[in-house]
Design a protein around this ligand. Structure first.
Ligand code: GLY
Length: 385
């Protein structure tokens, strides 16, 4: 199935309108974010400008690459390229690199740049980032530690579902260098994620601790969800998409089954307008916030499922339609179109409710995945992941 086969002319027109809105927001931001980046979440729907030290810088850079690819307009490419030195500095001077989010950071900036323009400097910095990410791997446990110093007792051996999105940097590094070490780590991590982060009822833990010496599983808990035994909506969305990204590299069929099971649970928890609450424990009518960013990530995951499933799979069209319907709801009800002062795109996201951060705001990854989903539907976009 090519990406556009199921689109009617009016669907396509609506998607083009939605993409135009994102491009207009980027134009509004071009002079504000050059060496500085949007903060992870807006404040009063406006992103403050921050240095490249958080986990989220690359979502803005990735949007610039998407904009360049969609329009061919050089100003977007120049804006993306003007940010690359800060990624180079970060990886060379080891600034705020004690995180698995090196995958997010370098896939959407340096790998994207290399894929779009073939620039060697971008390739080199992405390979350095992959090396730093590989330092976080614990062989006995077969996992990459998510956060903090490797000897921090609170974080030691903790894997989190978000990390699935960081594995493509490792697969890519193996393809580029012919060194299987990186992909072997990613393969092991994705298997451990399927075994321990996904529960038998197809919900997911946000985080899970492994004993890094014996490799034994310890216990799961949450960081951003409602409760240790609930299902954080964005985590489930990272899982839907992340398992499929590993499938794209490994062709391990079992990963399709895992992604499907997470997708089916996610879709079974949608309220009427199709946009999930921030934790899937909540359903229609509850006084809790939505997380539009979880919906945008899930759209991309569902579209990847629809792309990879064989033509005779009965769910192929179902996932495509579900993504299209969620995306239409986001475009219709969740953008900042009535808030011209906002420099964000998608409102009604939640960053970290338990810690009171970015509640009912725009999030820069929500904006990125919304734009990626539009690009996926309108073009034969080649992944940066
Ligand atoms: N990866 C962090 C988050 O989703 O908030």
């Amino acid at each position: 199935m090519t990406q556009t086969h199921s689109l009617t002319a009016s669907d396509l027109e609506r998607l083009q309108e939605a993409a135009k809105f994102v491009l207009a927001k980027l134009d509004q931001n071009l002079s504000r974010f050059t060496e500085l980046f949007p903060a992870p979440a807006s404040e009063g729907l406006v992103y403050p400008a921050i240095v490249n030290e958080d986990w989220t810088a690359s979502f803005y850079t990735g949007m610039l690459w998407l904009a360049y690819e969609l329009t061919g307009e050089v100003r977007y490419r120049e804006a993306a390229e003007c940010q690359l030195p800060s990624y180079k500095r970060r990886v060379e001077e080891r600034i705020a690199i004690q995180t698995h989010d090196l995958g997010f950071l370098y896939s959407l900036s340096a790998v994207a740049s290399y894929r779009v323009t073939g620039g060697k400097e971008a390739r080199d910095m992405a390979l350095k980032a992959a090396e730093l990410l590989a330092e976080r791997y614990f062989p006995a446990a077969g996992i990459i530690q998510a956060w903090g110093d490797l000897d921090d007792p609170e974080q030691c051996g903790r894997m989190i579902i978000d990390c699935l999105m960081n594995l493509p940097l490792l697969y890519w590094a193996s393809e580029e260098t012919d060194d299987a070490r990186y992909a072997d780590m990613a393969r092991s991590h994705v298997k451990q994620s399927a075994a321990y982060l996904v529960r038998p009822d197809h919900t997911s833990y946000h985080t899970y601790y492994m004993d890094v010496l014996s490799g034994a599983p310890k216990y799961g808990n949450t960081h951003q969800g409602y409760a240790d035994d609930s299902c954080w909506a964005r985590g489930q969305a990272w899982g839907i998409y992340g398992f499929m990204l590993s499938y794209a590299y490994t062709k391990d069929e079992s990963l399709i089954g895992v992604s499907k099971s997470l997708a089916d649970y996610f879709l079974s928890r949608l309220p009427e307008d199709g946009i999930v609450y921030w934790d899937l424990i909540f359903t229609e009518g509850i006084e809790q916030e939505r997380d539009s960013s979880a919906a945008a990530i899930a759209c991309c995951g569902l579209l990847e499922l629809a792309k990879q499933l064989p033509v005779d799979d009965p769910d192929k069209q179902h996932y495509y339609n579900a993504a299209l319907s969620m995306l239409s709801s986001l475009a219709k009800r969740y953008t900042t179109k009535d808030y011209p002062h906002s420099n964000g795109v998608l409102m009604h996201a939640v960053y970290n409710k338990p810690r009171g951060m970015g509640i009912d705001e725009c999030t820069i990854w929500g904006d990125y995945f919304y734009f990626e989903a539009l690009a996926r539907l309108m073009t034969d976009w080649r992944l940066y992941w």
